[in-house]
Design a protein around this ligand. Structure first.
Ligand SMILES: [Zn+2]
Length: 81
């Protein structure tokens, strides 16, 4: 009797694991916040100054009209090199 009980518990555990695995991929694919976050530019992403090439976080970069990143206003006014 104990063997049957263990077998039932194992079968239920396997079924639960299989259902859990089947559910997780659609949840990942249909998660709009994650895809929305991916489209948003990462403020911590490093950009190279178009004038001197120094790496700086996107949040600290200055952009010219063409969207090129610069490390400072002086380099932005000097333009890309
Ligand atoms: Zn620069």
């Amino acid at each position: 009797m104990a063997k049957i009980l263990v077998l039932v518990v194992v079968v239920l555990l396997v079924a639960w694991l299989l259902i859990g695995r089947r559910r997780s991929p659609p949840d990942d694919a249909a998660a709009p916040p994650r895809s929305g976050r991916a489209k948003k530019p990462d403020p911590q992403a490093l950009l190279a100054c178009a004038h001197c090439g120094v790496q700086l976080p996107r949040a600290e970069a200055l952009f010219d009209a063409a969207g090129r990143p610069f490390c400072s206003d002086a380099h932005r006014l000097a333009g890309p090199r």
